[in-house]
Design a protein around this ligand. Structure first.
Ligand SMILES: CC(C)(COP(=O)(O)OP(=O)(O)OC[C@H]1O[C@@H](n2cnc3c(N)ncnc32)[C@H](O)[C@@H]1OP(=O)(O)O)[C@@H](O)C(=O)NCCC(=O)NCCS
Length: 196
């Protein structure tokens, strides 16, 4: 059973605008399927190295995307432009054992498409998947300095649950804090209602 919509989340969503949705209106967002491997790999090749560190596996390693399409446990979404290129990606990775009601969210948007509402749309779709998967909590990890990304998740009903000091080490050896945000019961349908 899913927890009730949090009032605090609804209040945050009042700041979200219908314009967010219009910006990425020409994209089709759907589940990753067999046949999407080359376009998906092309997308990850265009992602700057600095952003590749958000992934806990080497996305460019041969066979990775093929493995994903064969793995039904993790739900993966891609955003496809008119020309067939992949412009965004999101994954909902369910936990196991005592955390099987919790899933981790990964979302990444092509640098050329950012600030146009696509990240927001991908998170909405990921929230819809939490209902399909009967999850109670969706968590996302964001480097603390990425205040814009933290703000986006807060506007989508995520709350800061923890800050892990020095949890991320960049390529230059500098450490950064990691913010853990969680959404504990906001359904995408309810979000869309709040935003319209
Ligand atoms: C975080 C990310 C997915 C956002 O995607 P996006 O398509 O740019 O997001 P949206 O256009 O829907 O942004 C919605 C709002 O969030 C905030 N926001 C998002 N990115 C921001 C940034 N870099 N700076 C300031 N505000 C930002 C803004 O309020 C924005 O609304 P506005 O453009 O009307 O001001 C994208 O920046 C990204 O791929 N980053 C690298 C990967 C990452 O950090 N993923 C998150 C952890 S897994």
């Amino acid at each position: 059973m899913l927890p009730e919509l949090l009032d605090t989340a609804r209040r945050r969503l009042e700041g979200a605008t219908a314009g967010d949705e219009q910006g990425a209106a020409d994209m089709v967002i759907r589940k990753l399927e067999q046949g999407d491997e080359n376009a998906t790999r092309g997308f990850f090749e265009r992602i700057p190295e600095a952003d590749q560190r958000f992934f806990k596996e080497d996305v460019l390693e041969p066979g990775t995307v093929e493995r994903w399409t064969a793995d039904a446990r993790v739900r993966r979404l891609i955003a496809i432009a008119d020309d067939g290129t992949v412009r965004g990606y999101a994954a909902v990775v369910p936990g196991v054992g005592w955390s099987k009601h919790v899933a981790e969210l990964h979302v990444i948007v092509d640098p050329d498409e950012r600030r146009d509402g696509l990240g927001t749309q991908l998170v909405w779709k990921a929230l819809e998947l939490t209902r399909e998967l009967d999850l109670g909590k969706l968590v996302v990890e964001v480097v603390a300095e990425q205040e814009g990304a933290v703000e986006m998740f807060e506007r989508l009903g995520f709350c800061r649950e923890a800050v892990l000091p020095g949890h991320v080490r960049d390529r230059d050896g500098k450490e950064h804090d990691l913010v853990l945000l969680a959404n504990t019961g906001l359904l995408a349908a309810e979000f869309q209602g709040a935003a319209s």
